[in-house]
Every structure is written in structure tokens, then in C-alpha cells.
Design a protein around this ligand. Structure first.
Ligand code: SF4
Length: 391
């Protein structure tokens, strides 16, 4: 598609004037860095040099993501583990996601909530939210991640604000993984109790992005890209990043850009807590085959590269992964795991008329099982590592 046509269809200025535009160079910085990243240009020497450094530059990060690093997996994993223990000790935070609504007006090809999919749709009522949150709080968890589909009609700001208000009654730490907002909306959510905003860019290639995001507000690449920065402008404590590996043929480039996104934002907002998630494409309603070319080994390479490049950043492994693999990553570099997860609407309690889930879970362990697994590895499960002074 010609550049002008692409911008017309995906740029915020043309697509949705109500979307806030901010003065930021981060997106251009990431896209330029990726344009210069050639995974095949690195040698084993480049990788060894990256492993030996105390502080890595983007070039070193690229080396760790390159094919040349595949023969040095053990050395990189050992270094990643040492860095993780230096910065985080044995602590691993536990949380759970609460999917409140699966109504969505976007059409993302890889997602079960895609508005074209014929699934059972549901949205929790305020009373059902209470039941769900009481059930989660009863497990001992004090951190929650609130999720909805992207729908102005079914999960508008008022509805999400209601979720945050109720979460603030039960939980010490509240994350949002909903649609991107303007900075003043983030400020309002923060004042009501939300701390943390996670947005997956999914892919950092604008052409692939346009190909898999067929409709809805999510089509606007630039507005989504700048969401973390608007969240920090709105006062959030931290922001999370993720590339859905497997969407794009060259997953190394998406992993590189995702790492650079957090890196450049950290330089602009040194106080911000940065974290990376490690999702890869999995089967869902409307997208049946597990057609990802990204293996567990590839995912390990990405996880360890993030750790060496951004030593202080959090890392979360998705429940899309098997328990064995999640435990392995936690033992090396992940700092946060979900437990007792459900991707269904109303799946934490006995809410009637539950809505279908977003994808298939591979790790269905409850809170106690995950806690025991962590302790068996000599790790320390942490239910809360943050206390807000204004609540
Ligand atoms: S990925 Fe998000 S925006 Fe896209 S269809 Fe799924 S819930 Fe909707």
C-alpha cells in the first residue's frame, strides 16, 4: 500500500480526531532502530561481547536476538539468571487477570474476541464484578489485572472506572489491559486507583499491523504505540509492553522493537517501572490452528535478551504457555506470574451466562499450586510489592 494511503487509513490525525496526539519521538526512534537491525549480520563474537557487558547498547541487544546467539543459549541463560537474582532476589510476584467484558468493536484476526467471531458475549454487571473480585481476593492475591475488549458501547470509560473503583476496595495493586486512552483519561483512572497500564503493540511492522487489524480503533498504529507514554503522562507508576510473537514472519524484529520501545521510554521517563510480556500466537475462536513458528526455545531467547538489555525491567510469562515452560522461565528471568487465571467472562466464580474466553489457557493451575511450584524452586512468592501512599 502506498505510504500516503497507509497513513490515511491508520494515522490518528485522519482516522479518529478525538484521539490525543502527543509530541514524542519514541515511535520514530523505535522504527528507525528496527530498520537498521539485521539479525543475520551478527557473529558469535558479537554475542559473547554482549554477554560480557555490564550495560548493553541496542546493538548488543540485537546480537542476543540474532541466530548467532542460538549456540550460546546456556551462557545467556546463566547470565540472565544472575542479573535477575541481583536485581529482584528470589521474589516472584503473583497476580490474576479479570476479564470483565468480551464485547469488542475491533477486528483483530488472531483474537477470539474479534467482533466478527460468533462467540458467547458477556459483560459483568457491577454485582457480578463484586462476586468475581471477592472470589479472587479470597485466594489471597492482592494484585489484579483488569481486562476488557475494545468497545465504546460495552466498556466505556465509566464502566472501566467502575471496575477500578471496585478493585480498589479489594486489591493493593491494579493494572489495566484495556484499550488505549488519552492522558487525561489515564489520570482519572490513576486517581481512582489504577497503577499500571499494559498495552501490546502486537507487531511493530506497520504493514503487518494493517493486515491483521482489519477494523475498529485498534487499527490506529500510532495511537496505540504512544499509549504507554500517555499513561505515564497521566501519572501511572509503570507500563508494560508486548509483541505477540508469531504474527509477523520475522519474530526477531518484533522482539527487538518491543525491547527498544521500553528502552527509549525508560530513557525519557527514568522513574517509570517498565515490564515486558512474552506472548506468542495461540489458537483461539476464529483462528483455530496453532500456526506460530515461534518455539519455546525462541521465546527463551527473547526473555533472556530482554533481561540482559533491561536488567531492572519486569517480565511476565503468559498462561498461553505450559506450566513446565513457565516455571523454567521464572527460574531464569521472569519476575511475575499469573495464577488461578481464567480468560472467560465470569470465570473466577459461579457467575451465570459466562462469556467465551479470548484464547486457550495452557496453564490452569490455581494460586496454591503456583505458589508451591515457586517455593519448590527456592523462589519466594510475593503477593504485593507496592503500597500506594495516596490510598
Ligand atoms: S485483540 Fe483486543 S481489540 Fe483486538 S479483537 Fe481482541 S479484544 Fe478486540
Amino acid at each position: 500500500m502506498p505510504e500516503a494511503r497507509f497513513r490515511e487509513r491508520t494515522d490518528a490525525a485522519f482516522y479518529a480526531p478525538r484521539m490525543e496526539r502527543i509530541d514524542s519521538s519514541v515511535m520514530d526512534g523505535v522504527l528507525s532502530a528496527e530498520a537498521a537491525f539485521d539479525p543475520d549480520s551478527y557473529s558469535a563474537c558479537d554475542v559473547r561481547e554482549a554477554i560480557s557487558k555490564e550495560r548493553l547498547e541496542p546493538y548488543d541487544f540485537g546480537a542476543l536476538l540474532s541466530p548467532a546467539a542460538e549456540g550460546l543459549t546456556e551462557e545467556i541463560a546463566q547470565r540472565a539468571r544472575a542479573i535477575t537474582r541481583d536485581h529482584f532476589g528470589n521474589a516472584v510476584c503473583m497476580f490474576t487477570p479479570l476479564y470483565a467484558s468480551n464485547f469488542c468493536e475491533s477486528r483483530c484476526r488472531y483474537c477470539g474476541f474479534n467482533r466478527d467471531n460468533d462467540i458467547v458475549r458477556a459483560r459483568l454487571t457491577p454485582e457480578e464484578v463484586d462476586v468475581e473480585m471477592e472470589s479472587i481476593a479470597g485466594s489471597g492475591l492482592t494484585e489484579i489485572l483488569l481486562l476488557t475488549g475494545e468497545s465504546d458501547r460495552h466498556s466505556d470509560l465509566e464502566y472501566i472506572g467502575m471496575l477500578v473503583d471496585k478493585a480498589a476496595e479489594h486489591f493493593a495493586s491494579i493494572g489495566l489491559e484495556v484499550y488505549p486512552m488519552n492522558s487525561d483519561d489515564y489520570r482519572m483512572m490513576h486517581e481512582r486507583g489504577a497503577d499500571y497500564v499494559t498495552i501490546f503493540q502486537e507487531t511493530y511492522d506497520p504493514v503487518t499491523y494493517g493486515r491483521v487489524h482489519l477494523g475498529g480503533r485498534k487499527r490506529v498504529f500510532s495511537y496505540r504505540f504512544n499509549a504507554q507514554e500517555r499513561a505515564l503522562m497521566g501519572g501511572m507508576r509503570g507500563v508494560g509492553f508486548g509483541a505477540l510473537l508469531g504474527i509477523r514472519e520475522d519474530w526477531r524484529k518484533d522482539a527487538f522493537s518491543c525491547g527498544m520501545h521500553g528502552y527509549l521510554l525508560q530513557r525519557r521517563y527514568p522513574w517509570a517501572e517498565i515490564s515486558y510480556s512474552l506472548p506468542r500466537l495461540r489458537p483461539c475462536n476464529g483462528h483455530g490452528e496453532d500456526d506460530t513458528a515461534v518455539t519455546e526455545r525462541d521465546l527463551l531467547q527473547v526473555a533472556t535478551a530482554y533481561r540482559l538489555f533491561m536488567p531492572f525491567a519486569g517480565e511476565t510469562v503468559s498462561t498461553r504457555e505450559l506450566p513446565r515452560f513457565r516455571d523454567g522461565i521464572v527460574n531464569i528471568c521472569a519476575t511475575k506470574v499469573s495464577a488461578g487465571s481464567s480468560v472467560r467472562i465470569g470465570g473466577h466464580s459461579d457467575v451465570e451466562d459466562q462469556g467465551d474466553g479470548q484464547f486457550e489457557l495452557s496453564d490452569t493451575r490455581g494460586v496454591e499450586e503456583v505458589r508451591s511450584a515457586l517455593e519448590a524452586m527456592g523462589l519466594q512468592p510475593v503477593f504485593n510489592d507496592y503500597v500506594r501512599s495516596d490510598r
